[in-house]
Design a protein around this ligand. Sequence first.
Ligand SMILES: NC(=O)c1ccc[n+]([C@@H]2O[C@H](COP(=O)([O-])OP(=O)(O)OC[C@H]3O[C@@H](n4cnc5c(N)ncnc54)[C@H](OP(=O)(O)O)[C@@H]3O)[C@@H](O)[C@H]2O)c1
Length: 262
Amino acid sequence: MAETQPITLITGASAGIGAALADEFARHGHALVLVARREPQLQAVADAVEQRGHPRPRVMIADLAQPGAADRIEVQLRAAGHEVQFLVNNAGFGLMGPATKLDRSEQLAIVDLNARALTELSLCFVDSMARHKGGILNVASVASFMPGPGMAVYHASKAYVLSLSEALHQELKPRGVRVTALCPGPVETEFQARAGMPNDYFPPMLARSAERVAREGYGGLMANRRVVVPGSHNRMAALLPRLLPRGLMLWIMSRYRQRRAP
Ligand SMILES: NC(=O)c1ccc[n+]([C@@H]2O[C@H](COP(=O)([O-])OP(=O)(O)OC[C@H]3O[C@@H](n4cnc5c(N)ncnc54)[C@H](OP(=O)(O)O)[C@@H]3O)[C@@H](O)[C@H]2O)c1
């Protein structure tokens, strides 16, 4: 039988947190396959990894919001002799505005990418991850812990990511497969412009760099932590919904949105 190479598959690696995660995994000696839609940006991330003295990542161009994208990735990986050891489901986006006013198909694309594609990929490679003692890092958000009026579909999609990841963490433990939900607070990336979010939307004390988030996410996955929330202020924000009545939490969230993004 032909030799197979264990690899780390990172989605949404052409920018932001995904690019930082590519760097972090490369620094720890992982062979990488990077996925996103924009080839020049993805090649630039691969160039940067190579220039730091690591093997050049392979890039795969795919729109993960399209049906069948995960299957096509699986077929391409198999043809190249790659076996997924670690999977990083990072690709995602959100939209700010009232759910009834935002474009419906764009909001459904959030579900397709943040939830559907992530689920499909998470379930695709479990056998090879078990063989290579690997795991899954799913990028959720502090938004996972609370409903988000004014960003309803995004918050709901991230609540799904957290719930799925925690359940898979438990289910896959006996097979030796690690599963971690990485729940960052605000990180300055292309995310804000794509979401239609004002630049000064979040208090600066919550913000963390993509590099720091990637470092904590990597460490958390290797230690098989169920959930990683980078930054003490963000950990407090994630705790609030467990302490406050749901109605009060919703009121706080909508007041904040009305004041910061009228
Ligand atoms: N930034 C924050 O404040 C923040 C906070 C909490 C959680 N997060 C989460 O962190 C993850 C990364 O976000 P980011 O902040 O790094 O945002 P970003 O800079 O906008 O990067 C998003 C990445 O996802 C890729 N992507 C978007 N749509 C895609 C599609 N249909 N198919 C394949 N790839 C797609 C983008 O690449 P292409 O455009 O080239 O396809 C890009 O590489 C997301 O899941 C986000 O929800 C972000």
